[in-house]
Design a protein around this ligand. Sequence first.
Ligand SMILES: [Zn+2]
Length: 297
Amino acid sequence: MECSSDGAEGDAGQLQGAELTGNGALDVVTTSTLLPGATVLAGVLGLLIGSFLNVVIWRVPRGESIVAPPSACPRCGSRIAARDNVPVVSWLLLRRRCRACHEPISARYPLVELSSGALFALTTWHFGASAATPAFLYLVAIALALTLIDLDVHRLPNSIVLPAYPAGAALLAAASWEAGSWTALGRAAIGGAALFVAYLLMMIGSAAVLGATGMGFGDVKLAGVVGMYLAWLGWGELAVGAFAAFLLGGFFSIGLLMTRRADRKSGVPFGPWMLAGAFVGVAWGGPLWASYLSLLG
Ligand SMILES: [Zn+2]
């Protein structure tokens, strides 16, 4: 009884707020005061996570621990002090050089941190105050790490991809529980399996045509995770996200072939395109799919 009366009071409060604004936009009233602050906080968290992702991107392909030893300069091996490890800021203050040996530090480190910060802020802004936000922040973090590792070494490490199945499923289950609907979770299971099988068939097909330079099993395993997340949002998001991956990857590969930076045998990592496609699917998949369906009549 107490719960229901609390709920009624909450509704009444929202309605009063709506009357005050005169526009009847309930969600604006309840979240507009919190969301900018939460977005900024998420951006700062993203910068810090980005600093950790730099460690992951460097160490995981080398089979090194991501917790110990502490960060060191890859050239001279001197430890990086806490004051020199502030995302982006330290890189600027040190004038892009190691404090000990003065070797230049790649711009890639602050760029990863900035990308992580921007993506965390965008994701929080997009999903707002819901349990979907942490679920998709996790996807953003592993996507950024996997993109750079795949570009570096043409691999998608199992140690990052495989834990994403239970972790992603648990986070999406929490978001479904909060929303009070399990339909999305069932759709996620089907979508994950469907995209996994689709990529498996493409891997077998590309192996027959291209040999070893075709799609790898790492792509297939990542496809299951991407399919799960996209289908949790909706079938439209899954369709658009999966299609966008091939559109982006295809244009890029054709561009490389035309500028002769790659030949047909050099193989282009597909993980980054699958994840870029997923970004398109998450951000614009719903409206794009709806307008596509309306075109069909
Ligand atoms: Zn150094």
